[in-house]
Design a binder for this molecule. Structure first.
Ligand code: PEP
Length: 250
């Protein structure tokens, strides 16, 4: 954890929870202090308005899990940046590996989504990460660099990053603190080359991949790790809060 970058923790609910469960979750979250970490929830689209109402007045922000590059039009099943803003979002995930894999999102499409997010006043949380095969083939840095360089020209200076090794997502095979730090330091060096030292120094690089209450403290102790993007463990507010507290400056 850096002394200058405020930790950021995102909860990616993916395609989980119903509105009654979301209301209960918010009630449990509201009873507990989140310390000084910045917190964002990324529910599925139908839950956004329920959460926007529930989180009104709370320091917890709201984000979409995806957006279409266009502002409106004939795109069945998609959601636009203005619609996310209208539903109460300040953030949006761009390039999550489940979108890259399940929906064949290319680097160019991720870059277009990042541009749309910025244009509509949303902060993109850009996700990058290598698969198991790419790591075994020693292509990790090449993949990270390719994904990052493709997305950055659209990102101007308002974005944050998440390193999410695909082999660690939802598998329980969390990256060791050393593996995570190596990737985060590489991403920050690449950021400095592309965007300059100031942006590289302020950008939060979150770790995502089976983060949980048992491994969060060791991971967040790494100097280039600035928080977490949490999937499975964010569905349980107690686990999510334990991870948030591990990142607390308080
Ligand atoms: C994710 O999908 O962003 C994620 C990190 O999932 P999990 O924590 O379940 O590995």
């Amino acid at each position: 954890m850096s002394p200058i970058r405020r930790p950021l923790v995102g909860g990616n609910w993916k395609m989980n929870l119903l509105s009654a469960e979301a209301r209960d979750y918010v009630a449990r979250l509201g009873q507990l202090s989140v310390g000084q970490a910045e917190v964002v929830l990324f529910p599925s689209f139908p839950l956004l308005t329920t959460l926007a109402r529930g989180l009104a007045g709370s320091p917890v922000a709201l984000g979409g899990q995806d957006l279409h590059p266009g502002a409106k039009g004939a795109h069945t099943g998609d959601v636009s940046g203005p619609q996310l803003v209208d539903a109460g979002c300040q953030w949006v995930l761009c390039g999550h590996s489940e979108r890259r894999q399940d929906h064949h999102e290319s680097d160019a499409l991720v870059a277009a989504k990042v541009a749309a997010a910025i244009e509509h006043g949303l902060t993109p949380l850009i996700c990058v990460g290598e698969t198991q095969e790419e790591r075994q083939a020693e292509e990790t840095f090449a993949i990270l660099e390719r994904q990052l360089r493709a997305a950055l020209p659209s990102a101007r200076d308002r974005f944050e990053l998440a390193y999410e090794p695909v082999w660690a997502i939802g598998t329980g095979a969390t990256a060791t603190p050393e593996i995570a730090q190596e990737a985060h330091a590489f991403l920050r060096r690449t950021l400095a080359e592309v965007m300059g030292e100031a942006i590289a120094a302020r950008c939060r690089i979150l770790y995502g991949g089976s983060a949980n209450p048992d491994n969060a403290a060791d991971l967040i102790a790494q100097p280039d790790l600035d928080g977490f993007l949490v999937g499975g463990a964010s569905l349980d507010p107690d686990k999510f809060l334990t991870i948030i507290r591990a990142c607390g400056w308080s």
